[in-house]
Each structure stands twice: as structure tokens, then as C-alpha cells.
Design a protein around this ligand. Structure first.
Ligand code: ATP
Ligand code: MG
Ligand code: MG
Length: 351
């Protein structure tokens, strides 16, 4: 088939659409409300809500394969896509969109997680804080991103001042980590799994600031352990496409934070820094093509997000020939990911 459907229309969909176009595919974007940046740039826009089964049926009929760039798509209505394959599948989406389900799923496969407790009211929060201790982080079980829907809790007094949203929550003990990293893998329809080099990820206020490859020598062993978990997750889900798992590197080994059933911000460096980008390999995987080589082509790469007004500095970013500038064409808002810059380090550091 030659038409790819993408559920979601943010920058990830846009970059998937660009990779698909390079390989000769056309894309249809399914997005509720306003056309997002993906729809503006490279594809058709349906404008229907995610739970509109009739629109999903029409979308399925117009596409040869459907994928998602956003993990909060409601799962139940996706049966309306009919015979058109959904890659990766609805089960991966269902698990990755729920922090409780994903922690249980990963723990069953032998992965370590932060200590956690389900919270459904202020009495539960007190009990959770007593059992797990402070400091901790309270998160909505579903629908958070970029640190939204999270509250850091240092003391009981701070917890009392919170007005809890009327949604299922999860309280996690704060993990003391040396660094954060992600495992980014792609799995083909034939079960072939490939990994990109794991980036070290730095966050500020819950938002990814920078991803750098390679991780330190000291973290290499943790990456190897985390990759085994990544393979186990991908196989258990019979996964197709790019899958990302976020980890904390701790003294006791890698601790799983969360997963994204899709291409990931911490993999944007692969566009210039790897033989095949995460976007191209996702398209190859969902279309049943052979996967491309994931090898990093330079000694080191740094990807820095342009958040909010940082994107206004694009002219000075462009002035340095080492920079690869990506702007997503989004309307400026504080705290919004507007673009990113990738720098390739071409020479080995002096010993
Ligand atoms: P994303 O945009 O990655 O989907 P998110 O909103 O789902 O973000 P998390 O990944 O859960 O949020 O948390 C964002 C960041 O907050 C983490 O990368 C980490 O830096 C910090 N963090 C979250 N949970 C914990 C924890 N239990 N212990 C220590 N730090 C944490
Ligand atoms: Mg998340
Ligand atoms: Mg995260």
C-alpha cells in the first residue's frame, strides 16, 4: 500500500510525514479540532474527533496502514478502522497511555520501577506518602506530557495545600538518579529489533531540554540491561515500529520511568546523527520494509529543544554552520516545544 494514516498531528506526525514523503508514500492525518502542524505541512486533515467511529471508518478505508504519533488516542473506537492494520497495535497504545498499566506490565517482565501507589483521594495520598515516603511526585495516571499533570511533594504540609484533580492519580517516590537515558528501538513486522545509541536526557521542570549521545562510559552497562527490558516489552506486545522507554540510571541499575509507543523527542538527533532516522525506520517498519541501519555516524551528537521564546533565537542558531535547525511552525506559547537544534561533533575528543 502507499497511503499511511497518522493519528495525531503534532511535530512528531509532521516529521513522520516528511520521512514518509521521502520514501514515496502519501499521508493522511487524523486530528481533532484545528489542523496541527503535521496537517499544515504534508497531508490531508480530517478534523474529526478521536471517538468519531464513522470518521475513523472513512480514515481506515482511505489508508493502507494506520499509525499513531500520540499515545492518548482513545483505544476502543479504533476497531472502526476495519481491516486496515494499526501499527503498532491497540494493546501497546492501551498500556502506554496508563502509568499504572505500564508499570505493572514492565514489572511483570522483570523491570524495576519507582515505588508507587494509586491515589484516588486525599486519604489515599496520605497513606501513599506514609508508605513510600517523601519527597515524591504525584502524577495523573493518564494524559500527562512534558511534566504537565505532575506535582512534586516534599512535605505533608505541601500535600495538604494541593487541591487534587478528580482523576485517578499515582504517587511515586522520587528516584535518586545519576542521569536519565532512553532506549529507542525499532521492531519490524518480521520481529527484527534494532537499537539506536541511547541518549542521555536532561530535563528542566519536567520538559526535555537536551539529549546527548553517547552516554557516559559509566552508564553503558545500565543501557545494556535496559535494552534487554526494551526487547522483552517489544516482543511481549508483538510491537511494530519505534518504541521508546525512559530510564533513570541509579546505583542499583536502570529504573524504568515510562514508555512511549512511538517516535520520541530524545530520538530527534537520529535525523542527522544516525544512518537511518527514527522517523524513516518507523515508516519502514509499519510498511513492512526492511529496517535501516541505526548506527551513529559521528563520535557525538547533541540535540537541544527550543522551548517557548528560545525559538526566537533562530537567526543566531542558523549563523553557526554546525547547527541543524528544525522549527515546527507552531504558534508560540510559553513552555511549548517550538523546535530543536542538532549539533554533530565530527572529531573524536582528544584523549
Ligand atoms: P514526557 O514529556 O517525557 O512524556 P511526562 O509528563 O510523561 O513527560 P515523566 O516522564 O513522568 O513526565 O516525568 C518527567 C520528568 O520528571 C522525568 O524525566 C524526570 O526528570 C522527572 N521525574 C518523573 N518521575 C520521577 C521520579 N519518580 N523520580 C525522579 N524524577 C522523576
Ligand atoms: Mg510521558
Ligand atoms: Mg517522560
Amino acid at each position: 500500500g502507499s497511503t499511511i494514516g497518522i493519528l495525531g498531528s503534532g511535530q512528531l506526525g509532521r516529521m513522520l510525514g516528511m520521512a514518509a514523503a521521502q520514501l514515496g508514500y502519501r499521508c493522511h492525518i487524523f486530528a481533532p479540532g484545528q489542523p496541527g502542524v503535521a496537517a499544515e505541512t504534508c497531508a490531508q486533515f480530517t478534523g474529526a474527533a478521536y471517538h468519531d467511529r464513522e470518521a475513523l471508518a472513512r480514515f481506515g478505508a482511505a489508508c493502507d496502514v494506520v499509525t499513531y504519533e500520540f499515545e492518548n488516542v482513545p483505544v476502543a473506537p479504533l476497531t472502526a478502522l476495519g481491516d486496515t492494520p494499526l501499527r503498532s497495535n491497540a494493546r501497546a497504545l492501551e498500556i502506554a497511555q496508563d502509568r499504572l498499566m505500564e508499570k505493572r506490565f514492565v514489572a511483570d517482565l522483570g523491570g524495576a520501577t519507582a515505588p508507587y501507589a494509586v491515589v484516588d483521594g486525599s486519604a489515599d495520598l496520605e497513606a501513599a506518602m506514609r508508605r513510600i515516603g517523601t519527597p515524591g511526585i504525584l502524577k495523573t495516571q493518564r494524559e500527562g506530557y512534558d511534566g504537565k499533570g505532575q506535582w512534586r511533594i516534599d512535605t505533608g504540609a505541601a500535600a495538604e495545600r494541593l487541591s487534587l484533580p478528580a482523576k485517578p492519580l499515582i504517587y511515586e517516590g522520587l528516584v535518586r538518579f545519576a542521569a536519565e537515558f532512553s532506549v529507542i528501538l525499532v521492531r519490524g513486522t518480521d520481529g527484527d529489533i534494532r537499537f539506536w545509541d541511547s541518549p542521555r536526557n536532561e530535563h528542566a521542570d519536567g520538559i526535555l531540554v537536551r539529549s546527548s549521545v553517547p552516554v557516559s562510559y559509566a552508564m553503558a552497562g545500565q543501557v545494556a540491561t535496559a535494552r534487554e527490558l526494551g526487547s522483552a516489552v517489544a516482543q511481549a506486545l508483538d510491537y511494530t515500529g519505534v518504541l521508546t522507554l525512559e530510564f533513570f540510571a541509579t546505583d542499583a541499575g536502570p529504573v524504568f520511568n515510562e514508555m512511549a509507543p512511538r517516535v520520541h523527542n530524545s530520538g530527534h538527533w537520529t535525523i542527522e546523527g544516525a544512518r537511518t532516522s527514527q522517523f524513516e525506520n518507523h515508516i519502514r517498519a509499519i510498511c513492512g520494509l526492511p529496517l535501516g541501519d541505526t548506527t551513529t555516524i559521528v563520535p557525538a551528537v547533541q540535540m537541544t529543544n527550543l522551548v517557548g521564546e528560545q525559538a526566537n533565537a533562530w537567526a543566531s542558531v542558523l549563523a553557526d554552520p554546525a547547527n541543524h535547525l528544525h522549527l515546527y511552525g507552531k504558534t508560540m506559547r510559553d513552555g511549548r516545544k517550538m523546535g530543536h537544534v542538532t549539533r554533530l561533533v565530527l572529531e573524536e575528543p582528544a584523549a
